[in-house]
Design a protein around this ligand. Structure first.
Ligand SMILES: [Zn+2]
Length: 356
């Protein structure tokens, strides 16, 4: 009998033709290259063709939304169980080979994974800064006490060599640094509600997750693991302002993992997280480019009315108001380019020299 990861791997080309462009490569052999920047990617979406494409994609995701949320899917098959920390690690180990296979890479690399209650965005204090901050924190408080304890003759000869003001200033500066570092460390642990539910923190090399049920976790872990892989391959390029490229890439992996689990587990709820995001992000880009190109929006307006009734106007207004479109732009760009390259797009676009 096949293990689940074998079952999942077999899914790779379930709706795609095999393309011999790709050879499984080790992660180190993949050379980073200059990926398309956010502005260029957005400018490539400003066309009537994309507008038309988005109408079709939004209609498709909305009909999927009905199926995914239909009673006979949710009532019988919902998997709302929460995973322990060990089970969470197990899930990442299950997803990793499936994503590696999808991207045609071979690597032993795997990031860490943990739950979090909110991401503060503070730079993590590493071991060295922890030690320095602890020592300086203690020193700042102990110096005056040590001075008090010293016999006057010793103190006099000492302060002749090192001026007292210098000692106090430097311990205060060190102490200040210590307090700042420690407070960063403490603040990181305070739960802060954040828009970012799932994060790949490259400074800790760790995927941070919320305690969602497994059917939400799986595709989201796929997305964050893809960021970890991209960071390994692209290094500095990953950190520059090319968010749309990396988010679009990760959305593709997220969708693939959701679909693969849905098929193997016979439960379309594994697709629900991606599906909700797709409806939202495709509509955001649709209304944005409609406005920019002065194109009618009646088709999607009508779809929203049919599917969401009274709520349609509020949802449409939300889409129109959204200002941060970088994730959405990358998502639409990759999804539309799947038509040209198939699902191999995600493996190809990690290889240097690739052009859309
Ligand atoms: Zn992301």
């Amino acid at each position: 009998m096949l293990r689940i990861s074998d079952d999942l791997k077999l899914n790779k080309n379930f709706n795609d033709s095999i393309d011999d462009f790709i050879l499984a490569a080790s992660i180190k052999s993949l050379k980073p290259y200059k990926v398309m920047d956010d502005d260029l990617m957005y400018s490539k979406l400003l066309s009537g063709d994309v507008h038309f494409h988005l109408e079709e994609l939004i209609a498709k995701e909305l009909s999927d939304w009905v199926e995914i949320n239909s009673k006979n899917n949710t009532a019988v098959r919902s998997d709302n169980s929460h995973l322990s920390e060990d089970e969470l690690k197990g899930l990442l180990f299950e997803i990793k080979p499936v994503v590696d296979n999808f991207l045609d890479i071979k690597c032993n690399y795997c990031p860490k994974i943990d739950y979090h209650n909110g991401y503060t965005g503070f730079i993590p204090t590493k071991n060295i800064t922890n030690t320095v901050s602890f020592v300086s924190f203690i020193a700042a408080f102990l110096t005056p006490a040590i001075y008090d304890l010293m016999p006057p003759q010793v103190l006099d000869s000492l302060t002749q060599k090192i001026p007292e003001i210098f000692v106090y200033t430097s311990t205060m500066l060190l102490g200040g640094y210590g307090i700042l570092s420690l407070s960063n460390k403490i603040l990181r642990k305070i739960p802060v509600s954040t828009e970012k539910k799932y994060v790949y923190d490259h400074l800790q090399d760790k995927v941070l997750c919320l305690q969602d049920p497994k059917n939400i976790l799986a595709s989201s872990i796929g997305h964050e693991y893809d960021h970890a892989i991209s960071h390994q391959i692209f290094k500095k390029e990953y950190l520059t302002d090319k968010q749309s490229f990396f988010e679009g890439h990760a959305r593709g992996v997220e969708r693939f993992i959701g679909q693969s689990y849905a098929k193997v587990m016979n439960n379309r709820q594994y697709e629900s997280s991606y599906n909700n995001t797709a409806i939202e992000e495709f509509s955001q880009v649709y209304y944005n480019i409609s406005q920019n190109l002065n194109l009618p929006t009646s088709k999607v307006d009508n779809l929203f009315e049919i599917f969401f009734g009274e709520k349609a106007n509020i949802l449409i207004a939300d889409c129109k108001e959204s200002t941060s479109l970088k994730h959405a732009i990358g998502h639409v760009f990759f999804r539309i380019n799947e038509e040209k390259h198939g699902l191999n797009l995600y493996a190809k676009s990690l290889r240097s020299g690739f052009e859309f």
